[in-house]
Design a protein around this ligand. Structure first.
Ligand code: TXA
Ligand code: MG
Length: 313
């Protein structure tokens, strides 16, 4: 591992390392990030691996110039306002991705997260390599984000290089999805909600928080849940993954935890989730729940559990 200073020489060495398809950790104004060339899919794969991060959890793309945002994503009016006001700064925008963004960066989602760090190290690094770089936090998944050089060394001992420096703020960027109406805060962070509201003149909805789960949960909703789940299961199995289904009835001919319908579903669902967490499966599939009395409350929790992995069929 190379330890570099946050001076011109250190940044030059780091940019060469990135050009070679290797990984560099660096300070940003929020927390330390671990970066590589966004367009080098092998390198991006290494970022997920070194962070022990699930491939279903996408990475933020860092840019150093506003024009790069237009190359990577569709920029609507709300996004334009927020970019003008907060970039560079601790705000991440979720935008509709353009084809140029490799799917591995967005975990296959049609949206991409973009931010422009307000810190000379990542900005300079991107300018020298003339490319955007990914900017996820430089910790092992599940641990708090690193705000000191030592944290990065503890979490990512296999990293190719670390640039030493200061993170002024110490908490992560606020994440706002501006593709939805109303726009949504997906993660509270360094830019307060009222600031977003003030500058967009819009009400901002809060998205569901996220539960910490030991494996990914996929939530299926819509008219064709059963067919959707069966197809998803066979796709997963063909990739060598072991899925578990949590369902109202045992109708899949697969591994299922049955929770029953109506009030039974409500009574049993949390227990099923806990059991699923402890069992030896790679991913868990949830049948959505529709009920005049408890539907909203249950779905709120299931959506928190699934995060971005809500599948409409
Ligand atoms: O302040 C920050 O944002 C730091 C610095 C280092 O840039 N980065 C950071 O990245 O916190 P990370 O990977 O630890 O957290 C990014 C969050 C994750 O929860 C991820 O799921 C979400 O952003 N995210 C990324 N792309 C997304 C997308 N296309 N749609 C929804 N959420 C997305
Ligand atoms: Mg993180």
């Amino acid at each position: 591992m190379k330890i570099l200073n946050d001076d011109s020489r250190g940044i030059e060495v780091a940019s060469k390392i990135i050009e070679r398809g290797c990984l560099v950790a660096f300070p940003t104004e929020t927390v330390y990030g671990v970066g590589c060339d966004v367009f080098n899919e092998e390198a991006v794969k290494k970022v997920y691996e070194i962070k022990k991060r699930d491939f279903s959890k996408p990475l933020i793309v860092g840019v150093s110039e506003v024009e790069q945002i237009y190359e990577l994503a569709e920029v609507n009016e709300v996004a334009e306002k927020l970019i003008k006001k907060f970039f560079p700064g601790p705000l991440t925008l979720i935008l509709k991705r353009k084809e140029i963004v490799p799917k591995i960066v967005t975990s296959g989602l049609e949206k991409v997260a973009i931010r422009m760090p307000d810190h000379f190290v990542p900005l300079e690094l991107m300018k020298r390599s003339r490319k955007p770089i990914v900017v996820p936090s430089a910790n092992v998944s599940g641990k708090p984000s690193p705000t000191k050089f030592e944290h990065v060394i503890q979490d990512l001992p296999g990293i190719d290089a670390v640039i030493k420096g200061e993170c002024k703020i110490g908490i992560e960027s606020t994440i706002v999805d501006v593709t939805t109406d109303p726009i949504k805060i997906l993660r509270f962070g360094a830019v307060p909600k009222r600031e977003i509201e003030r500058h967009t003149k819009l009400d901002v909805e809060l998205s569901f928080g996220e539960y910490k789960t030991s494996k990914p949960f996929y939530l299926f909703i819509g008219e064709r849940v059963r067919e959707g789940i069966l197809k998803f299961v066979s796709d997963a199995e063909s990739k060598g993954l072991k899925p578990l289904i949590i369902a109202k009835e045992d109708v899949y001919g697969k591994e299922v935890i049955t929770v029953g319908k109506g009030k039974d579903y409500v009574r049993n669902i949390f227990d099923a989730i806990r059991r699923a967490e402890l069992m030896d499966f790679d991913l868990v599939i949830l049948e959505g729940f529709d009920d005049p009395e408890y539907g909203d409350a249950v779905m709120h929790r299931l959506k928190m559990l699934a995060g971005e992995r809500v599948i409409r069929v």
